[in-house]
Design a binder for this molecule. Structure first.
Ligand SMILES: Nc1ncnc2c1ncn2[C@@H]1O[C@H](COP(=O)(O)OP(=O)(O)O)[C@@H](O)[C@H]1O
Ligand SMILES: [Mg+2]
Length: 626
């Protein structure tokens, strides 16, 4: 019940649907209740005519009565048919609206969560959870709204009518409900526990499924298809034994409930038949009471169905509400928070002006000669006991290029994560484009940076759409201009459909170099004050790298840039090199300065010049190619 009121209160906007569905279902129940009375009158009229003194007059009179009673039955049935279908229509639309609202909110909520949440989640699992939660919840609500209120009405009416005719009958009927509900509640706890375990298995399988399909090349290249299938299948195998346990428990209890119900109904029939035999009920009344009593049997059964769907809904919605209760990233933009509480899937995409604000801040910083990036004794760790960065300090002024050099796993990408506000520094101060990262919303912070990651990560869709991801308001001319600067225009035009060529999911139909150049065009189009390149070309072969490098140089022109390079030649003309060792800054200086000390950069320069195997190996630890 708490779950129900919770869902209803979070989807208050749907109240007209709730009322409509309830009214329709009540009307359906009322129309159904009329029939037994009409049938009683018809039965009595027929019986008295057939067993009476007879005569044409009596037959004609009874025929007329029966005729009108049948018309009455027809009207009642037609009303029921009509209203039932109107209610069904309202129920369908209500369900679709609810799915729209709950799904949109879930997606918005996920996108507002701190990066840490995603560190420990598998995509497919998140999706499976969404699907099940929402299906179960909407199914339950539909079943509930369609059945619960007519059930109440029917049961109430049946009890009153039977009590009026013979109160012990009503008493027998009344016993059924608490007994049934008690036994159901008893069943539910264990059922839910097993359902939770089953869902865990299914979610794990779903998560792996999405991963395997998403990285199908890796799966195939390691010929691990069968291993993947075995893993996937084994999860479902586990659900079988759980289902056996769950279902046998449910059905044993259901047999018990059903048995008790059958015994009570046998008693009811016995009473009905004996009373009629002794002349207390007319035949018509007996027929009517049998019908009414059978009407009460349905709600009892319905109740077990309702309890069943309610259990699924509770088990499923627990995950949903768990996610909805998580705290969003601190200082999430208000529009995103609003979307996570939206009453409709039609979310408006409003420009927050974050990009404009970041450019203004960058201008102000430049005018004051203040830094664009300023790390001041910044420390950070993902897990408390394992420091990744300690006391890191360096600055980049407007238009400057800073290169980060350090061993693989030394914390270079972590610095990028901090710059983008994915994680907050645990100590020290970090200001980006004049704002402390703790004082500014994630969206404002990120609007100021354009990032080219090592993995281009494109979306399915056309090349044009992918480039325009950097700025949805860009004109076609601007898109082409960005592609030209990224050295991508030529190869794009070589496709038969040019900019309208669709690329597969994550750009599977493009070569690594092509994808990366589209990613660069996307970053160029974003035109943000701060540029971040995290090993942007390390996934490419030498030829593709040269093509991309040209685009990157265009992108860096006059822009403040933080570069993580894997080739020393590409950072030989940066303004500052920051070398990292054990999460601490080892040296900071210009390439020329650092070349003459005996620090990491000097060592790397020496290693690059060397051809010995040991030196090559050492270079690899820095992710650096010769
Ligand atoms: N999301 C994360 N959660 C926990 N530890 C992480 C996470 N990302 C990176 N690390 C750890 O932080 C350290 C620095 O990683 P990273 O910044 O990616 O190194 P680099 O980019 O210099 O190769 C590594 O030890 C890595 O295992
Ligand atoms: Mg890295």
């Amino acid at each position: 019940m708490r779950l129900l009121s919770r869902i209803l209160s979070t989807t208050r906007v749907l109240w007209p649907f709730y009322i409509g569905v309830i009214v329709c279902s009540l009307a359906t129940a009322a129309a159904t209740l009329v029939s037994p009375f009409l049938i009683r009158d018809a039965t009595d009229a027929i019986v008295s005519t057939v067993t009476g003194p007879g005569g044409d007059d009596a037959v004609t009179k009874a025929t007329r009565t029966v005729f009108w009673l049948v018309i009455g039955l027809l009207i009642a049935d037609l009303t029921q048919t009509l209203v039932h279908n109107v209610g069904g229509y309202l129920g369908d639309v209500m369900t679709a609206r609810m799915r729209e609202i709950l799904s949109t909110r879930y997606f918005a909520k996920l996108l507002s969560l701190p990066q840490r949440y995603f560190d420990s989640q598998v995509t497919g699992t998140i999706i499976a959870r969404l699907e099940r939660s929402i299906t179960n919840v909407t199914q339950f609500l539909q079943a509930f709204s369609n059945n619960f209120f007519p059930m109440l009405l029917t049961v109430g009416a049946v009890l009153v009518i039977t009590a009026w005719h013979y109160w012990p009958l009503a008493l027998l009927l009344i016993i059924v409900f608490p007994v049934y509900t008690f036994l159901t509640a008893l069943t539910s706890k264990r059922w839910q526990k097993i359902e939770g375990k089953k869902n865990e298995q299914i979610d794990t399988a779903g998560g792996r499924f999405a991963e395997a399909i998403g990285q199908v090349k890796v799966v195939r290249s390691f010929t691990s298809e069968l291993r993947e299938i075995a893993f996937f299948g084994s999860r479902f195998v586990r659900t079988i034994s759980l289902t056996r346990e769950q279902s046998s428990w449910w059905h044993r209890m259901d047999a018990l409930r059903g048995g008790i119900l059958n015994v009570i109904f046998a008693g009811i029939y016995m009473v009905l038949f004996l009373r009629t035999l002794h002349g207390d009920f007319s035949l018509g009344t007996m027929v009517m009471l049998i019908q009414l009593v059978n009407m009460a049997r349905q709600p009892v059964m319905m109740m077990s169905y309702l309890v069943d769907t309610a259990q699924r809904a509770i088990a499923g919605s627990r995950d949903y509400f768990h996610v909805m209760e998580l705290d969003p990233e601190s200082r999430t933009q208000p529009e995103l928070l609003a979307a996570a509480a939206t009453d409709s899937g039609e979310v408006e995409v409003s420009s927050t002006g974050a990009a404009r604000r970041s450019r203004e801040r960058a201008e102000a910083q430049k005018a004051e000669g203040a830094p664009i990036v300023d790390f001041d004794r910044v420390s950070f760790s993902y897990d408390e006991d394992k420091p990744v960065l300690t006391d890191v300090s360096f600055t980049a002024y407007s238009g400057q290029k800073v290169a980060l050099v350090g061993e693989s796993g030394g914390g270079k990408s972590t610095i990028v994560n901090l710059l983008l506000g994915f994680y907050a520094p645990s100590a020290g101060q970090l200001s980006v484009i004049g704002s402390d990262v703790n004082d500014i919303s994630g969206s404002d912070l990120r609007a100021g940076s354009a990032v080219v990651f090592q993995d281009a990560a494109l979306f399915s869709g056309t090349i044009r759409e992918n480039i325009a991801y950097g700025n949805p308001d860009a004109t076609d001319a601007e898109i082409v201009e960005a592609a030209r600067k990224a050295n991508a225009d030529t190869f794009i035009r070589a496709f038969a459909e040019g900019y309208d060529t669709t690329i597969g999911e994550r750009g599977l139909k493009l070569s690594g170099g092509q994808k990366q150049r589209i990613a660069i065009a996307r970053a160029i189009l974003k035109d943000a004050p701060l540029l971040i390149l995290d090993e942007a070309t390390s996934a490419l072969d030498t030829k593709a790298e040269r093509e991309v490098q040209h685009g990157l140089e265009k992108l860096m022109e006059g822009r403040t840039t933080v570069i993580i390079a894997h080739r020393l030649s590409t950072i030989s003309d940066v303004d500052t090199i920051v070398t990292l060792a054990d999460g601490r800054v080892d040296e900071v200086g210009s390439p020329a300065e650092l070349a003459t000390t005996d620090g990491i950069y000097a060592e790397l320069l020496r290693l690059t010049a060397s051809a010995s195997a040991a030196d090559r190996k050492r270079l690899q630890q820095f992710g650096i190619k010769g």
